[in-house]
Write a protein that binds this ligand. Structure first.
Ligand code: NAD
Length: 495
C-alpha cells in the first residue's frame, strides 16, 4: 500500500499521508500491516493507514531517544518556541483541511472542528511562548554554597490519545512536552488516525529536527501497550477510558516506573438552582451534554434540577434538545453528527435500553436517528435516581440523566456521588451559592453559569477516578520537567 492518497471531501481535496511518521519520514510498518478507517456518517471506508506494532514503537522510541540525546538537546529554548509557533501558524493556514479531516474521520461538524483546530493552534502557540520561560530557582542555603534548581526535560514521552478530539488532543500532548525540551512518540486512536498524520506533515515544514516528534497509527492492545510498558520511555500521558488508564498505570509500574498522567472519564453533574437565569441555564445545559455528540470526558451527563424550577425547566430543556439539528457534519446548520464508530453506537444504545429497563422515563429521543451512519437522537431521561446505572456510568453519547433535588445539601450529595470527579457546573444568580457549591464539589473544573469552556491557559484534569495530574496552563509543564538541585561549593573544603 502506498504512503499517501488523495482524499476528496465536500470542502477540500488534499493529499493524506498514510505511513508511520518516524524520524521526519513517512514509512511502512515493519510487519507491513494496515487497517481501515471508517466514515461514521455513511459507514464506508475512507482509506487504510499503515499500522504500528511493537517493533515500530521500538524504532520510533529509538528515533526519539537519539534526537533527545543529540541535536534537540542543543536547540535553544527560544528556537523550540519558534518551531511550536510556526506549527500553530501552519495549523491555521490549513484549517479547512484539518477541520474537513475531522468531519470525515470523526463525524464532528466542520464548524465545531474549526473550533478544535483553532484551539489546537492556540495551545501550540501558548506553549511556544512558554519554551524560553521555564526557569528554576536560586536558593539561599549558606554563604559558601551556590544552590540552584534546573527544570530539565523528562526525556522521551509516549502520548496516547483518544478519538473524540483527535487534533486537539494531539496539540495538548505535543505543546507542553516540546516546550519543556522533551521528544515525543504519539499514538493516535485507531478510529481517527488521519488528522494526526496530516499534522505530522506540518512538523517537517515547521522545522523540527528528525526524531523530535514521531506520530504512529495503531491499536491500543499492541502499539499502545508497547508504549506504556516500554523500558526507554520516560513518561506516558494518556487520555481515554478509566479502564485503560488503570492498565497504563500498571504497565508503567511493572516496567520502568515511567511517570504517568491520566485524563480519564467523567459523569459530571450540571446543577441548576431555582434562581438560575433559565434561558442561560437551558442553553449551557444543552451545550454541556450534546456538544460533540456527548463524546466529551467532561460532558454534563447528569442534570440536577431544583424542584421549584423543575417542571418549567424540563419542559423548555426538552424543546431545546429536540431542536438540535442532526445530520451531515459538512452541512453548515448541523449541530450533531454521528457517533464515532459502530462500537460506540452499540454501547450507547445499550445504555439507553438499560435506562428504559431501569424505570427512567424517556422524555426526548431514545432511538437511532435515520438508517445510515451512527446517529443517535439527543436523549433526555427524566425520573432518574442517583443509583441507576445511567446516573453512575459514563455513557459518552448524547444521553442526559435528569434528577430532581430539594436543596443545596442534596445537590452537593448527589453531585459527589459517583467515582468520577472531572467537572461540574452550577447555575445560580446567587454568588454565595455559586462559590459555596463549587467549593464543595469534588471536581477538577467547575463552571459557574456556563459549561464546557476550556482554555489552554488554565489547568484541566480530574479528582478521584477521573485522572492523575493536570494538563494545560503552566501546571502541565510540571509533568514534563524534572527538577535537579545543584549545590556549588564556593568556599574551602569542610573536612
Ligand atoms: P480507550 O480508552 O480504549 O482508547 C483511548 C486510547 O487508548 C486509544 O488510542 C487506544 O488505542 C488506546 N488504548 C486502548 N487500549 C490500550 C492499552 N491496553 N494500552 C495502551 N493504550 C490503549 O477508549 P475507547 O474504547 O475508544 O472508548 C471507550 C470508552 O472510553 C468511551 O465510551 C468513553 O467512556 C471513554 N473515553 C474517554 C475519553 C476521554 O476523553 N476521557 C476519550 C475516549 C473514550
Amino acid at each position: 500500500m502506498s504512503l499517501s492518497t488523495t482524499i476528496k471531501t465536500p470542502n477540500v481535496t488534499y493529499e493524506q499521508p498514510l505511513g508511520l511518521f518516524i524520524n521526519n519520514e513517512f514509512v511502512k510498518g515493519v510487519e507491513g500491516k494496515t487497517f481501515e478507517t471508517i466514515n461514521p456518517t455513511d459507514e464506508k471506508v475512507i482509506t487504510a493507514v499503515h499500522e504500528a506494532t511493537e517493533q515500530d514503537v521500538d524504532i520510533a522510541v529509538k528515533a526519539a531517544r537519539t534526537a533527545f540525546e543529540g541535536d534537540w538537546h542543543n536547540v535553544t529554548p527560544s528556537n523550540r518556541g519558534r518551531m511550536l509557533t510556526k506549527l500553530a501558524d501552519l495549523f491555521e493556514r490549513d484549517i479547512e483541511i484539518l477541520a474537513s479531516i475531522e468531519a470525515l474521520d470523526n463525524g464532528k461538524t466542520v464548524t465545531m472542528a474549526k473550533g478544535d483546530v483553532g484551539a489546537a493552534a492556540g495551545c501550540l502557540r501558548y506553549y511556544g511562548g512558554w519554551a524560553d520561560k521555564i526557569t528554576g530557582q536560586t536558593i539561599d542555603t549558606n554563604t559558601e554554597t551556590l544552590t540552584y534548581t534546573r527544570h530539565e526535560p523528562v526525556g522521551v514521552c509516549g502520548q496516547i490519545i483518544p478519538w473524540n478530539f483527535p487534533i486537539l488532543m494531539w496539540a495538548w500532548k505535543i505543546g507542553p512536552a516540546i516546550a519543556a525540551g522533551n521528544t515525543v512518540i504519539i499514538k493516535t486512536a485507531e478510529q481517527t488516525p488521519l488528522s494526526g498524520l496530516y499534522a505530522a506533515k506540518l512538523i517537517v515544514e515547521a522545522g523540527f529536527p528528525p526524531g523530535v516528534i514521531n506520530v504512529i497509527s495503531g491499536f491500543g492492545r499492541t502499539a499502545g501497550a508497547a508504549i506504556s510498558s516500554h523500558m526507554d520511555i520516560d513518561k506516558v500521558a494518556f487520555t481515554g477510558s478509566t479502564l485503560v488508564g488503570r492498565m497504563i498505570l500498571q504497565a508503567a509500574a511493572k516496567s520502568n516506573l515511567k511517570k504517568v498522567t491520566l485524563e480519564l472519564g467523567g459523569k459530571s453533574p450540571n446543577i441548576v438552582f431555582d434562581d438560575a437565569d433559565i434561558d442561560n441555564a437551558i442553553s449551557w445545559s444543552n451545550f454541556g451534554i450534546f456538544f460533540n455528540h456527548g463524546q466529551c470526558c467532561c460532558a454534563g451527563s447528569r442534570l440536577l434540577v431544583q424542584e421549584g424550577i423543575y417542571d418549567k425547566f424540563i419542559q423548555r430543556f426538552k424543546e431545546r434538545a429536540a431542536k438540535n439539528q442532526l445530520g451531515n457534519p459538512f452541512h453548515e446548520n448541523t449541530f450533531q453528527g454521528p457517533q464515532v464508530s459502530q462500537l460506540q453506537f452499540d454501547r450507547i444504545m445499550e445504555y439507553i435500553d438499560h435506562g428504559k429497563k431501569e424505570g427512567a422515563t424517556v422524555a426526548v429521543g431514545g432511538e437511532r436517528h435515520g438508517t445510515e451512519g451512527y446517529f443517535i437522537q439527543p436523549t433526555v431521561f427524566t425520573d432518574v435516581t442517583p443509583d441507576m446505572k445511567i446516573a453512575q456510568e459514563e455513557i459518552f453519547g448524547p444521553v442526559v440523566a435528569v434528577t430532581k433535588f430539594k436543596d443545596e445539601a442534596e445537590a452537593i450529595k448527589i453531585g459527589n456521588s459517583t467515582s468520577y470527579g472531572l467537572a461540574a457546573a452550577v447555575h445560580t444568580k446567587n454568588v454565595n451559592t455559586a462559590i459555596r457549591v463549587s467549593n464543595a464539589l469534588k471536581a477538577g473544573t467547575v463552571w459557574i453559569n456556563n459549561y464546557n469552556m476550556i482554555s489552554y491557559q488554565a489547568p484541566f484534569g480530574g479528582f478521584k477516578e477521573s485522572g492523575l495530574g493536570r494538563e494545560l496552563g503552566s501546571y502541565a509543564l510540571e509533568n514534563y520537567t524534572q527538577v535537579k538541585t545543584v549545590h556549588y561549593r564556593l568556599g574551602d573544603a569542610l573536612f
